[in-house]
Design a protein around this ligand. Sequence first.
Ligand SMILES: [Zn+2]
Length: 257
Amino acid sequence: MGQVITCPSGLTGRIRGMKVKEERVLTDRKLARTGGQVDELLAACWEETLDPGPYDLGGRPLDWGKVLQGDRFFALLQVRAHTYGATYGFSVGCRADSCRAKIDWELDLASLPVRPLSDASRAAFLDGNRFEATLADAGKKVWFRLLTGDDERKLPAVQRASPERVLSSMLSYRVLEVDGVDPRHKRAFLEDLSLRDADALLDELDRVDCGVDTTIEIECPTCLLTQDIELPFDRGFFLPGRERTRRRLERISSSPG
Ligand SMILES: [Zn+2]
């Protein structure tokens, strides 16, 4: 029996756990490269839409490419938790240069803070995914959009195209229009932004978006340094049993005697 979940935008549906046949999706390198893995997995495990939230389905099944990043990630977390339980174990290296010990950490996925899509953001999304912000230094209004699954797939290529200009390609990708600036000069305008404006704009992009906060605080058991990390997504996220076995074996082989 599936489980009913409600995503940050209000999108509600029934999910099922992952099955052995999803292994093909998880190990498909071509899918991983094109970013299609998440779409395939979500499409397979999403059994039924009960409330489309802000998405216009037009009688068709939910298209995950049109779904907001925050919803996609939330649904993915729920599928994982429904399959194996909400406990996620992983290992990261301690950040302290003097330590660098391996930290084994366990987290309850249900404890990650979820930010719902506000009414104002929902209205802007429905109105063509168009959000307004004002740049203080430049003294101009800009319109930008929230990212969906289709963007998630395109962005790595955009960033690879100019690796030394990730910030400006990211902004250029998300900013639709600048008040009084010819679309042909948008990129040049954004290149010329003060970093303070760019930083404030990135904050605004985050503020109006919905999603799951994946920055967590962990403490190194060796040197006791607390540190903020981005939740890692290694193999243990989708195949936790194998990861658990590996960590257990490592502990046994590294224990003295
Ligand atoms: Zn440490």
